[in-house]
Design a binder for this molecule. Structure first.
Ligand code: NIG
Ligand code: FE
Length: 389
């Protein structure tokens, strides 16, 4: 097995406070790391670095853990740019737009969907994302949900069954029948291809009782729960996520004091998706309030054709800093270690001996440039899993 020494790292973000400056980012200056067999085997000052079979000199640039994007909806077909344009002229976002994508996705071939996911995973990788969660949710039949997950599985272990995205057209008059389908045959077909189960708990999608039923059925089938909640208005979804002690609850745009306290008490990760607020021209979640209450915050892209069609974690970091009053350090942590927490992973989102050697070299002296230079493609090189050819 050959080893690689990455040296002359001006600023290394380890996300391990014991390795660096004692802050959550665990910063090391003039650092190096050694990689072998896909894992980090050594981290420390450049001057002390051991010899290795190969050397990459990064010229004083910053190195960060690869982004862990814990929320995306990449298995889809079609285009909703007209809906976006209408929204920018005043039409509000609603959950109903999902049905447009469902029709296009059902009509697509496996090959088309696979090529589409591959293109987006590669697009993410170019922007520094090395771990991505991918949801189903645009098939909404037993066959189409199972195939979406099988396709996603070829790209990531972090696949999520989201049969409960919206009630499809053909069940419009029988939502209870659709919940029976999701918790019965659809779950049975999906479970083998998924690690997680999710529900869109929102007005126009699924109510809190339906969400509980679906998450409990998923748990019985061996899937861990996560939830879309409190996106379009205040609702009971965040409380449900905390009651069920889910790993993460996503969106969290509209929270009251009880929600914030419950998140702090349970340790359920609040995953904020600022690309959604940007792309739907909505108020941003109050990240400062969450952080000040000790809630674990993650940032993710929510890349999807409706509410937010960006795959860029650097954009999410910049938005979180500028619009949500997160510090650059908090935002980077949330987009890397926070995402790992939201996926219950401790092997990614950090660069310490034993962790996966998933990292990005920035064409910048510091990670702060991700927010300081918004919109600039700063990711120069990425080490991490290669998507299947
Ligand atoms: O996370 N909220 C539910 N699902 C997506 C939107 C999906 C769509 O509009 O197609 C989201 O925002
Ligand atoms: Fe989503």
């Amino acid at each position: 097995m050959s080893s690689l020494l990455v040296r002359n790292v001006g600023e290394l973000v380890t996300n391990d406070p014991t390795l660096g400056d004692g802050t959550p980012l665990g910063l090391l200056r003039d650092a190096a790391l050694v990689v072998e067999g896909g894992r980090v085997v050594w981290v420390g000052p450049s001057a002390d670095a051991p010899a290795a079979d190969a050397v990459q000199d990064v010229g004083g640039r910053a190195v960060i853990p690869g982004f862990v994007d814990s929320h995306s909806h990449l298995v889809f077909a079609g285009d909703r740019s007209a809906e976006f344009a209408a929204r920018m002229s005043g039409t509000p976002y609603s959950a109903g737009g999902i049905r447009t994508t469902v029709a296009a996705t059902r009509a697509a071939t496996d090959e088309q969907l696979t090529a589409h996911v591959a293109r987006h995973v590669e697009e993410m990788r170019r922007q520094g994302t090395t771990t991505v969660e991918i949801k189903s949710g645009y098939g909404l039949t037993v066959r189409d949900e199972a195939r979406a997950l099988a396709i996603a599985r070829a790209f990531t272990e972090e696949t999520t069954f989201l049969g409960a995205h919206v009630v499809p057209e053909e069940y419009a008059t029988d939502p209870a029948g659709y919940v029976d389908l999701v918790t019965g045959p659809m779950l049975a077909a999906a479970a083998g291809h998924a690690r997680w189960i999710d529900v869109f708990c929102e007005t126009g999608a699924f109510d809190v009782d339906q969400a509980r039923t679906i998450l409990e059925a998923g748990a019985a089938a061996g899937l861990r729960g996560r939830l879309h909640a409190n996106q379009l208005g205040h609702g009971p979804g965040v409380q449900l996520a905390c009651d069920l002690e889910l790993v993460a609850v996503d969106h969290c745009t509209f929270l009251d004091d009880r929600d914030v306290a419950a998140l702090g008490d349970t340790g359920t990760v609040a995953t904020l998706l600022p690309g959604v607020e940007f792309s739907t021209r909505s108020p941003y979640p109050d990240a400062r309030r969450l952080l000040d209450a000790g809630v674990v915050v993650a940032l993710a892209s929510d890349c999807n054709p409706g509410s937010c069609y960006t795959s860029s974690m650097p954009l999410c970091v910049a938005l979180a800093v500028r619009e949500m009053r997160m510090t650059p350090a908090e935002a980077l942590w949330a987009a890397t270690a926070g995402g790992a927490r939201a996926l219950a992973r401790d092997d990614v989102g950090r660069l310490a001996p034993g962790s996966c050697a998933h990292f990005a070299v920035l064409d910048a002296p510091s990670y702060v440039h991700l927010a300081y230079r918004p919109g600039v493609p700063l990711v120069l090189d990425v080490h991490g899993p290669r998507p299947p050819a």
